[in-house]
Design a protein. Sequence first.
Length: 398
Amino acid sequence: MNLDFKIKNLLLICLIFLGLFNQYYSQTQVTTDFKTGADQPEVYLPLIKGKTIGVVTNQTGLMNDRTHLVDFLVKNNVKIKSIFAPEHGFRGDADAGEKVKNGVDVKTGIPIVSLYGNNKKPTPEQLHGIDIVVFDIQDVGVRFYTYISTLSYLMEAAAENNIEVMVLDRPNPHDGYTDGPVLKKKWTSFVGMHEVPVVYGLTIGEYGKMVNGEKWLKNGVQAKFTLVMMKNYHKKERYAILDKPSPNLPNDQSINLYPSLCFFEGTQVSVGRGTDLPFQIYGSPWTTNLPYQFIPKPNFGAKDPFLNGKLCYGEDLSNYSKDLRELNLEWVIKAYKNYKNPQLDFFLKNLWFDTLAGTDELRKQIIAGKTISEIKASWKSDLDKFEQIRTKYVVYEN
């Protein structure tokens, strides 16, 4: 009797172990088999063979072995007429808002055309002789991050010049949820070209499909659009990013906090540009009740940072443990309530805060002392309407 009991227990333990192993193995397989668009040359090389192409990319256009897409295409005898560089440049080392110059890639000798500053949209001359433009950039899934605007302008120019756009898709670190105010047309800008919320829950390839499908480009033009989908990608999983998408988003934590902290860029509060913790801390000389102290100084990612050389008081969020699946308004409201400077308003006079928010309502709600739940409730109707649009273009499972 005891022996039978022990054997049954042993069998039960073995079955549990096998179940756990299978669960782990299947999860590992999903991760192991995951591929970005760039890591599937068997899909896109036949489509560009014998064509003259342009490539819109930057330092994030890496394959899994860290080979840059441009180098891989050159090695495979693909004819590249031009590299088009977004904000921060082809090598990703320019400050936010800094003018990026045209030039030549030293490694390959291919001309580089800046798509920032006064030339955000490729001209017919710059596209002349190109059959397909391949777009491969790691985005962060937030409306005011300008790579989606670069894609929109590219698609518009391509449609007007009868050129195909091919997007090699990459993960969105804020995928699987939507949040924030939906942009109102009055506040359209390069940090918000379309009526979408701050966090829109689409990969950059899905976003391009939406812009095209909804005829949001100028005069309703539609580009010939090809999406090279990722393999085994799931919208609510989080994937390692091979290189920082811009100088002041150096790690996963900064990307995690970015949608919530970027609002500070429209205030008298620093988000840590000019420190070792950009978009992981916030503070100002006029929020002295807050516990953390730092002094912004010029560095690689910020040659003349906001509040340069001034002692700032704020919070250190670099060890914040939550994977944010929503906007956290606690920090901007806390800073507003603790801000004491009779000479300078909390919000910048140019109302850049409204441009980032895509509306003036959020600023007015904060000034009026609305609670976070009241503010978020005011977004619901617009988010529900956007969700009806968004779901038409989702191509990956949760």
